[in-house]
Design a protein around this ligand. Sequence first.
Ligand SMILES: [Zn+2]
Ligand SMILES: [Zn+2]
Length: 96
Amino acid sequence: MELIIGAVILLVGILIGRYLPGPGRPRRHALEEAKPLCGCGHSPSFHEEKGRCHGLNEVARWEGGRWAGIESVSCSCQKYTGPEPLPAFYAPEITG
Ligand SMILES: [Zn+2]
Ligand SMILES: [Zn+2]
């Protein structure tokens, strides 16, 4: 009998885990995952109209073979090379 109760508790746990959004699996918006990124890793909003990037890159600093921390340097990207951000990304709700 104890075995059956244990199995039922286990089954209920599996069902609850399946139907409730668990904290380990955050639901991300599909559009966020399809966000266009430049080759430098920054989104188009970091780039000037002419193309220069204002983003920061974190680079590892080494001094004499020893780890000296992380340094933020401005991105050297001169032109946005990623996919063009589609208008649909900003107006996802299409009616009619
Ligand atoms: Zn950049
Ligand atoms: Zn860039």
